[in-house]
Structure formats: C-alpha cells, structure tokens
Design a protein around this ligand. Structure first.
Ligand SMILES: [Zn+2]
Length: 315
C-alpha cells in the first residue's frame, strides 16, 4: 500500500476556524506539534537494531507536546500554527519555524534530545504511511504560507487565518482571501502488448526510471493531459486512458492523478526532450534489470511505483 491511502486524517474543516475548537486543543496532552521550516522537519535520532545487529541511525519526526512548545516559545502565536487534523483522538498541528536558527535555540533548551532539521524528500522512505501523510500536509502547507506572504492582487502583506487554511490581505481596500493551492499533474503507466514504457530525466538519480508524468494545463481535462504528455514526451498516440488513483505529492504542492493507457504503436520519439531516454520493458526484462542493479524504480510510497507494481502483478 502506498502512502495517503490508509490514514483517516479528520481535518475538522467545518470547525477548525473557530477558537472554541482550537484553543482547548492547545492545552491537551493528546495534542502534538510538528516543527517545520520550508521543506524540512525537526526530527529526532532514533537508534534501531537491524537484523544483522548493526545499529541504524534513523531520523524520525519529533512531535512536541503543548507544555514543551510553551517552554520553547514562551508566548507562541497562533499565526505560526496550522491545524492538520485528528487521528485516533490525537490532534496534530504544524508550528512554522521562522528560520533554521530557531532550531539552535530549541537544541539548547532540549540538550538531552538530539534534533536535526531533515528534508522531507530524504526522510520519506523511512516513514510509516501515517507519518508520511502528516508530514506531507505540513510541508505542503508551510510551502504555501512561505510563497503567499504578499497579496497577488495589491502587493500588501497577508496574514494567516482560520487555523492556517486562509491568508487574508492586510489592505483594508482589498481584503482578498487566499486559499492553499494544489497543482494538478497526471502520471500514467503506458503499455504496449505485454510491455511497459519507462523513461528517465537527466536530473534524476543514476539508473532511476519511471512512468510518464506532467502538469495539467489550463482548460485541459485530465485525460487530455495524459494524451498530450504521452505524445510530447514519447511521440506515442494513446488509447484506453483510464483513471487509477491519486496521490498528494508535497514537492512542493502537487496532486498526482494516476492513469493507465495503451499505446497505439510502439515507435518512441522523444519529441520535447524532457526525457533523455525511454524504453519498453517486459516483466521479465524489468525484474532482471532491477535484480542486476541496472535500473532503480521509484521509492515505495510513490504512485509511480504503485503503477509499476500493479502492472508487474497483472498477468
Ligand atoms: Zn490585497
């Protein structure tokens, strides 16, 4: 199972804007705060013994409790808080750190705990599905706040409102409200007979291959975006374009909408040069390439890996 499909995060969207709901939560022992700065999260080192008796040093998100946060920030302002939601009677918030230097101050106040700011992308593969979900919401929201400090209509400063889910313009003559945005992207497993198409971009890690993906353009349906991206990147004409599943992708703020499709013909032409190469793989060829370490698939939480795994299991 890939991330975001199992965790029932109750966002309480109908009441999270009210002080009557939020204020009591800020005192409860079952409330937890994740400290974030840009794409990074404050983590604690956790030592675990692996099967071969060596010790793995994994960084895991550190969830602060209310009294700890109050000790660190004597009078923390709610403008730095974003309510993420509730899971199993536990409430989760993000606290937005003003700068990475804040971590040094926190570290001084928590000398017995080894803390570090860890980039979510690097952290992702060692998180549980639930932690990955919470951290993704936190980082995507933090990114939105950072990039919407000023009103796009009049240029005045904006301020956080409604538990972090709205930014209001401070200009009394404007008063525009700004809401979190998500960029739609399509991702598609393209097959031809018993083969799947995998390609790679120059900027990707060595040997990494994946399925085709791209952003949806204004005025376009998702299916049209799949057909267009498939043609631009590989010169293929597609048929039987079918929705599979979707996945939030917080790098920085996308929603990946997964599809499967069949190519009408097998001739590949890299028309827009977005891919440096693309090839057809049979199941046997793909498994052999992975086993020989000649090819690396996307990591386990990604919908790209899920699409490839689903095709591998289909006989
Ligand atoms: Zn404005």
């Amino acid at each position: 199972m890939f991330a975001f499909q199992t965790t029932p995060l109750n966002r309480h969207g109908e009441i999270r804007h009210t002080d009557d709901f939020i204020n009591p939560l800020l005192e409860l022992p079952n409330t937890y705060f994740l400290l974030v700065h840009q794409q990074s999260i404050v983590c604690v080192r956790s030592n675990t013994n692996s099967a071969n008796s060596t010790v793995d040093h994994n960084w895991q998100p550190f969830w602060f409790q209310p009294q700890e946060l109050q000790r660190l920030f004597n009078s923390f302002s709610k403008k730095h808080l974003i309510y993420l939601g509730e899971i199993d009677s536990k409430h989760y918030f993000t606290f937005r750190l003003k700068s990475s230097e804040s971590l040094q101050r926190i570290a001084q106040l928590t000398p017995d705990t080894e803390l570090e700011l860890c980039n979510l992308r690097g952290l992702f593969k060692q998180l549980s599905s639930e932690q990955a979900h919470l951290c993704s919401v936190a980082v995507a929201m933090e990114h939105w706040h950072n990039t919407h400090q000023y009103c796009g209509f009049c240029g005045h400063e904006t301020y956080s409102h409604q538990s972090g889910f709205v930014r209001n313009c401070s200009n009394q003559n404007c008063q525009k409200q700004h809401f979190p945005r998500t960029d739609s992207a399509v991702i598609c497993a393209i097959t031809y007979q018993d083969k799947i198409l995998l390609g790679r971009q120059t900027s990707w890690p060595d040997k990494r291959y994946s399925v085709i993906a791209g952003f949806v353009e204004p005025g376009e349906t998702l299916e049209q975006a799949v057909a267009r991206e498939g043609y631009e990147e590989t010169g293929l004409t597609l048929k039987h374009i079918e929705y599979y599943r979707s996945q939030p992708w917080p790098f920085p703020q996308s929603l990946m909408v997964g599809f499967t499709a069949e190519a009408v013909h097998p001739e590949i032409k890299l028309l827009d040069q977005e891919l440096e190469e693309a090839h057809w793989f049979s199941r046997q060829e793909l498994k052999a390439a992975v086993k020989a370490d000649a090819l690396v698939l996307p990591f386990k939480f990604s919908i790209s890996r899920e699409l490839i795994n689903q095709w591998l299991m289909k006989i």
